[in-house]
Design a protein around this ligand. Structure first.
Ligand code: BEZ
Length: 237
C-alpha cells in the first residue's frame, strides 16, 4: 500500500472521524449515534484468526461490564459482512477458550473491505501489514472526542482488564477533576493539579489544604472512596 493512501491517524483531543457503515447489527452512523455515551472503537486484523477469536470472546464476555460503565463497543476488520457473520457463528457454536463457551458477540462488527474506515482511523500500518488492520483501540467520549488511543501489533492480544481500567480512569478524571497515577485503580489515591503559585505551594506544604497528602509541593494526592467513584461512574441498576 502506498503511503499516500493512508490518511493520517486521528489524535487524542480530535473529533472522532465520522462514517456510515454496515455491521453485523445493521447500519451505523458513527460516532453520531453514540452521542451522550462513551464508545470504544477497536480494530482486529482478520476474521477466523486465533488471537482475534480469543479477543472477541473476552470482549463479548465483558460487554455488560462496559455497558454498565456507560460504554458501548464497536469492532472492525477489513473483512466482509458474511465472513463476520460466519466467524461469529463459529465462535458461538464451536469455540471454547479459558472457560468461555457459547459466546455470542452482540456488539456491532463493521465490514470494511474498502478499508475506508481503517484508513480514516490510521488502523493500517504498512510496516506491520498492508492488508490487515492492526489492533487499534479508540476511546471516544460522549461529545465524540477521542480521549485515548492504544495500538498493538498483530501478534499481541489485548489486555481487556486494562481497557476497562482506562475507561474508568478517564471517567473518574472527568467526574472529579483529578489525574490518576501509575497503575491506578478505583480506591487508590488520586492526584490533584499541581500548585499554580508559590503561595499555594507553601500552603500545601504547610498542610493548610485539608485532605491532601503532599510528597512535595508539586505532587499531592487525596483519597476518593471506591464506592463514591463507582457510584458516579457505573449506571444505576
Ligand atoms: C490472529 O488474530 O491470530 C492473527 C491475525 C493476524 C496475524 C497474526 C495473528
Amino acid at each position: 500500500m502506498e503511503e499516500s493512501q493512508i490518511i493520517s491517524m486521528p489524535r487524542i483531543g480530535d473529533k472522532a472521524p465520522s462514517f456510515k457503515a454496515v455491521t453485523t447489527q445493521g447500519e451505523i452512523n458513527f460516532p453520531q449515534q453514540y452521542a451522550g455515551e462513551w464508545v470504544i472503537l477497536f480494530s482486529h486484523p482478520a476474521d477466523f484468526t486465533p488471537v482475534c477469536t480469543s479477543e472477541f470472546m473476552t470482549f463479548a464476555s465483558m460487554e455488560s461490564k462496559f455497558n454498565e460503565a456507560g460504554c458501548k463497543l464497536v469492532g472492525l476488520s477489513v473483512d466482509g459482512l458474511y465472513s463476520h457473520i460466519a466467524w461469529l457463528r463459529t465462535i458461538k457454536e464451536k469455540i471454547e477458550f479459558k472457560g468461555m463457551k457459547n459466546v455470542e458477540v452482540t456488539f456491532p462488527l463493521i465490514e470494511d473491505i474498502t478499508m475506508e474506515v481503517a484508513k480514516k482511523y490510521g488502523m493500517l500500518q504498512p510496516g506491520e501489514s498492508s492488508t490487515k488492520a492492526v489492533r487499534a483501540v479508540f476511546f471516544i467520549d460522549p461529545k465524540g472526542v477521542i480521549r485515548t488511543i492504544i495500538y498493538y501489533p498483530l501478534s499481541l492480544g489485548r489486555n481487556f482488564d486494562e481497557l476497562y481500567r482506562v475507561l474508568i480512569a478517564l471517567k473518574t478524571a472527568d467526574e472529579f477533576g483529578i489525574a490518576t497515577p501509575a497503575d491506578w485503580r478505583p480506591g487508590d489515591d488520586v492526584i490533584i493539579s499541581p500548585a499554580g503559585s508559590c503561595g499555594k505551594a507553601k500552603d500545601r506544604m504547610d498542610g493548610k489544604e485539608a485532605g491532601l497528602e503532599c510528597k512535595d509541593w508539586f505532587f499531592c494526592t487525596k483519597k476518593i472512596d471506591k464506592d463514591v467513584i463507582l457510584g458516579k461512574i457505573l449506571k444505576k441498576k
